[in-house]
Design a protein around this ligand. Structure first.
Ligand code: C2E
Ligand code: CA
Ligand code: CA
Length: 720
């Protein structure tokens, strides 16, 4: 049987959640890592772009230097303008980057060199004030980049030296390729200038970027706050990055680095992908490890639970297991059946313990097979099983199961009873179980029946509780009365003594008979107090008779089997008899035969002590227990009291040979025989024929108050 008392899903779900948390964590790490890598890539791109800007700066400086050199040579080596022109013309071809070089006064007069192809004065305004400049100029179809430095004479700026860059110089100034990116300088108005040398694809991308206001605005804003900006954009389904830094030398000009996104993204994605795979592998490994640990834990937990909640012999739950399972299954309403063998110990004794175990295993298997899904069965104690059933026709099913169990055991006639009660939703299993046990007691009064707990049982239970509580008072207030039932001596046709039987005169409940409270006192242990109380009453009465000078017939007093466990029993009985100065032979002690099942050796010891002390001993209810006739030899009893069942047996079989045999044997052992429950003359005749010595029964006398007994035995002259 696979045992699952705890919710296995609990830890499994926890593991799933743990796994998910782990994934979430890794996702977050992944995200953080990608942020870091993109930041890194961004810095890298900006860094490279700044380097490109330095390159451009360097070139611009070189042009300034060239023009300053031209100017210094013009100043130092020539005197006249014609000489200068001559010189310029000589050096000009060497300055390949310029289309032309010249110098002009603020008034527009040529100082030397080539004349500009258009009015260049407005472009040179700043230079005339002493600043070196490089500027873009567009007039008509001409696009030019003009480099200019101030023209110094005698420590004063008296004009500007200018050079117009040729197209290849312009290109190499504003455009270069670098790894996978194209780098170009451009202003918002003249971006085509740098773009013209690019591949078609890059040109198209640049067009897309510069023609879209939103890209441009977003980038400008970034530039405004950061000195650099990066913008991603798409062209023809391809992603690009545009990085930009300002060129201070050129008003409104920027260096752009444009590169396809894959150059940046692919390595990052590769790394992220690797990390993702690695972390997933780690997560799975971690999860697997946790799962293994958890299943180990569960296994050992299962083992512990098995020990605590499973009955080893049958493999069924024990009662604790049943309760736990019922609780974990949500305490659904069920009918609890408690199934019990009547006197299983007898089966063990007769057939042996091994056979008993086989019967229990068989029973367990039949009960387990007989229950439906969601129902439960457990072994409560040695020979007691409990079933929790909720299906239709549970009663019939249980009856059927009991039948099956009985049929399965052929070698021995077993008797099974069951008590039943309903456990309500959310109620307590224990309470329902106790009710079923109460019902079981009723069931055991019959044989092979199932009894449901009902109102009557409830009331009786309440009654028992009440009597239990009232008993102490009853002793104190002497509500317990000694009644006497006279015994008749058959041969002499005279009185042979009497039995003391208790009657409770309850102030509220009226007369209460022994069957209503004696078993209760036996279960609580108070029966010992009752025994001693009745013994005292009997002694008091005998003392009274002795004092009155009456012939005293012995009184039998019942001593319950529970009393024999008590070591002080013999001493107590002796003390009571002595305290009333009652000769011990006037007291007969009745001990029920079933008392010998408990601990025969102790019983025999005690009886020997009592016998040695001088009391008469009687074996009561003989024929209801399991003691064999041969056992009588060891018991030092004076009287054998045959149970009323023998009388009832006569009624059925009209044969008294059984009783005759018992009587003969008892006589052989030196015992007197008394037969109980004789109600008719026919029964009395049978008793006589069987050889019984004494008869106790309603034919001669019922249990009656002492006064009535005295009238019966001593005649009307009594003063009681
Ligand atoms: P018991 O010791 O076997 O007592 C005999 C019972 O049989 C008595 O019932 C008696 O009234 C009843 N009886 C006698 N003759 C007849 C008859 O002809 N026909 C029928 N049907 N019954 C007859 P009672 O007094 O109700 O006592 C029942 C049992 O309660 C006793 O059985 C005894 O076991 C117990 N008991 C009674 N008084 C005491 C007591 O003082 N101490 C103890 N320990 N047990 C007591
Ligand atoms: Ca008795
Ligand atoms: Ca009896």
């Amino acid at each position: 049987m696979k045992f699952t008392l705890h919710e296995k899903n609990d830890s499994f779900q926890a593991l799933i959640v743990l796994g998910m948390l782990l994934m979430l964590c890794m996702g977050a790490c992944q995200y953080a890592l990608s942020q870091i890598m993109y930041r890194e890539a961004e810095t890298n791109m900006v860094e490279k772009t700044v380097q490109s800007r330095h390159l451009i700066d360097e070139r611009i400086k070189k042009y300034y230097e060239t023009l300053r050199y031209v100017n210094s040579v013009a100043e130092s080596q020539t005197n006249s303008r014609s000489e200068l022109n001559e010189y310029i013309r000589k050096v000009n071809p060497a300055l390949k980057d310029f289309i032309l070089i010249g110098a002009v006064t603020p008034q527009g007069e040529m100082i030397y060199g080539d004349k500009a192809p258009y009015d260049i004065l407005p472009v040179l305004q700043q230079t005339m004030r002493g600043y070196e400049k490089i500027q873009y100029h567009c007039s008509g179809i001409f696009e030019h980049v003009i480099v200019s430095v101030p023209y110094w004479r005698g420590g004063r700026v008296c004009g500007a030296v200018y050079g117009i860059l040729n197209s290849s110089a312009m290109n190499s100034l504003f455009y270069h390729e670098d790894d996978d990116s194209v780098v170009f300088a451009a202003s918002q108005h003249s971006w085509q200038l740098g773009v013209s040398s690019m591949t078609i694809e890059s040109q198209q991308a640049a067009h897309t970027f510069f023609n879209d206001e939103s890209h441009w605005n977003s980038l400008s804003q970034k530039l405004y706050y950061n000195d650099y900006g990066i913008e991603a954009f798409e062209n023809a389904d391809k992603k690009w990055y545009m990085v930009s830094v300002a060129v201070p030398e050129l008003d409104g000009w920027y260096v752009y680095r444009m590169l396809p996104a894959w150059v940046v993204d692919t390595p990052i994605h590769n790394v992220l992908y690797l990390v993702l795979v690695a972390s997933m592998v780690l997560a799975v490994l971690f999860w697997l490890a946790m799962w293994t640990l958890d299943s180990n834990r569960r296994e050992s937990q299962d083992k512990l639970i098995r020990l605590a909640y499973i009955d080893e012999l049958t493999g069924l739950y024990n009662y604790a297991g049943l309760r736990r399972k019922w609780h974990t299954q949500g305490r659904k309403p069920v009918t609890i059946f408690v199934v019990d063998f009547n006197s299983f110990s007898a089966l063990n004794m007769i057939m042996g313990n091994e056979y008993g175990d086989i019967v229990l295993k068989k029973t367990a298997a039949i009960l387990k097979d007989g229950i439906d899904q969601g129902e439960m069965v457990c072994r409560v104690t040695a020979d007691r099983f409990a079933l929790l059933m909720n299906g239709e026709g549970a009663l019939e099913r249980v009856q059927n199961l009991l039948e099956q169990v009985r049929d399965s055991v052929r070698e021995y006639t077993i008797v099974l009873s069951a008590g039943a009660s309903v456990a309500d939703e959310g109620g307590h299993m224990n309470a329902a179980y106790e009710r079923a046990i109460t019902a079981l007691k009723y069931a055991k009064q019959g044989s092979n029946i199932v009894v449901f707990y009902d109102q009557k049982m409830y009331e009786e239970q309440q009654m028992r509780k009440r009597l239990e509580e009232d008993f102490e008072h009853a002793l104190e207030r002497r509500e317990l009365k000694l009644y006497l039932q006279a015994k008749h001596h058959l041969q002499s046709d005279g009185w042979a003594g009497s039995e003391a039987l208790v009657r409770w005169h309850h102030p509220e409940l009226g007369l209460i008979l022994p069957y209503q409270f004696v078993p209760l006192l036996e279960s609580t242990g108070d029966i010992k107090r009752l025994d001693l109380y009745m013994l005292k009453e009997a002694c008091r009465l005998i003392r009274h008779w002795l004092d009155e000078g009456k012939v005293v017939y012995p009184i039998s007093v019942n001593i319950s089997r529970a009393h024999f466990a008590s070591k002080s029993l013999v001493a107590n009985i002796c003390m009571i008899a002595d305290s009333f100065r009652v000769p011990r032979h006037m007291l007969e002690l009745e001990i029920t035969e079933s008392a010998f099942i408990d601990d025969a050796a102790t019983m025999v010891d005690r009886l020997q002590e009592l016998s040695a002390a001088g009391f008469r001993l009687s074996i009561d209810d003989f024929g209801t227990g399991y003691s064999s006739l041969s056992m009588l030899e060891q018991i030092p009893a004076d009287v054998l009291k045959l149970d009323r069942n023998f009388v009832l047996g006569w009624e059925r079989n009209h044969n008294n040979s059984l009783v005759a045999n018992v009587v003969r044997l008892a006589r052989d052992f030196g015992m007197l025989t008394v037969i109980e429950g004789v109600e008719t003359e026919e029964q009395a005749a049978m008793a006589r024929e069987s050889g019984c010595d004494v008869v106790q029964g309603w034919l001669y006398a019922k249990a009656e108050p002492v006064a009535d007994y005295e009238k019966r035995v001593y005649g009307g002259g009594s003063d009681e």
